[in-house]
Design a protein around this ligand. Structure first.
Ligand SMILES: O=P(O)(O)OC[C@H]1O[C@@H](O)[C@H](O)[C@@H]1O
Length: 290
């Protein structure tokens, strides 16, 4: 289970819900919603199908209580299945839509297709999070000399980062076998001979794209940093550490913390949620959450 719920309590704070979901012997999910809690938001990471059921149950409570239901789903499941049959992006969007949420917040989706199928969606792009994590809040390039987009699909997100920090974008050409998804070849762009380079993409799954990219460029490990918004880090993704001096991702997917990768994991919460407060949170002000 990778879903948690945020609730308002009578004291005025927003806290993690004390709700304890369970399954009936027949297999169905259920819970007894704590009477003193008012639902505020649900935060779902990864792509566990069970979590979509729990999300819909929670939205039903919010509806009954007459309050807004906001779901943070930073890793939009099946966003990469944005074409073909079965059309995964549509199937998952329909499952999310069935919950009847008031707002769905997603982070750096693979393409506009999947979020375009989700009702009441808000997209948060990765550029600010990348800038803060790699260059600091002032966006000073330091010894970085460029941003690399691993393929044409990554160019827009790489450009958003590059514009924030004033660096050039270099786009590589990736060729995949459409039938099998296997990587066929890589044509790297011409890159500066010195200085650090930041590779920016949405997802790292098995890591083949980023290993092939690094190998084709021949750029030394110390000069290469990898940012991926969603770290699945499956299979042989551990090979990435041979090619990248630093790997940075977010907490949008449980794979992010795979120990062999040693990625720096950025907490997405501040980038997605602007109005959340809890005891001990320096920003807290009673009662300012929608
Ligand atoms: O090469 P792996 O990590 O398996 O897959 C990640 C790549 O596959 C694409 O969909 C992503 O946008 C990224 O470029």
């Amino acid at each position: 289970m990778s879903i948690r719920f945020r609730s308002r309590v009578p004291e005025g704070w927003t806290v993690d819900s004390a709700v304890r979901p369970f399954r009936f012997p027949g297999g169905e999910w259920h819970f007894a919603w704590p009477e003193r809690e008012t639902p505020v938001s649900a935060v779902l990471t990864g792509a566990e199908p069970d979590d979509l059921v729990l999300l819909a149950l929670w939205a039903d409570v919010a509806r009954e209580r007459g309050v807004r239901s906001v779901a943070y789903i930073p890793y939009l499941p099946a966003a990469r299945a944005d074409r073909g049959t079965p059309f995964g992006a549509r199937v998952y969007a329909n499952l999310i839509n069935a919950a009847g949420l008031d707002e769905v917040v997603v982070f750096d989706p693979h393409s506009p297709v999947a979020p375009g199928l989700v009702d009441d969606v808000r997209i948060v792009h990765s550029a600010s999070a990348v800038r803060d994590a790699v260059f600091g809040r002032h966006g000073l390039p330091g010894d970085y000399v460029g941003i690399i987009a691993p393929d044409a699909g990554a160019r827009d997100r790489a450009t958003r980062v590059a514009e924030l920090v004033g660096l050039p974008v270099f786009t590589a050409e990736k060729h995949r076998d459409q039938a099998t998804g296997a990587l066929l070849s890589y044509a790297p762009p011409t890159l500066p001979a010195h200085g650090r380079l930041l590779v920016v993409d949405d997802v790292c799954d098995g890591g083949a794209t980023f290993v092939a990219l690094a190998e084709s460029t021949g750029v030394a490990r110390e000069r290469l940093t990898l940012w991926v918004s969603h770290g699945i880090f499956s299979g042989r993704a551990d090979r990435l550490t041979e090619h990248y001096g630093e790997i940075i991702t977010t907490d949008s997917h449980p794979g992010a913390r795979r120990p062999e990768i040693g990625a720096r994991v950025i907490r997405l919460h501040p980038y997605l949620i602007h109005d959340d407060t809890s005891p001990g949170d320096p920003r807290n002000e009673r009662g300012n959450e929608r």
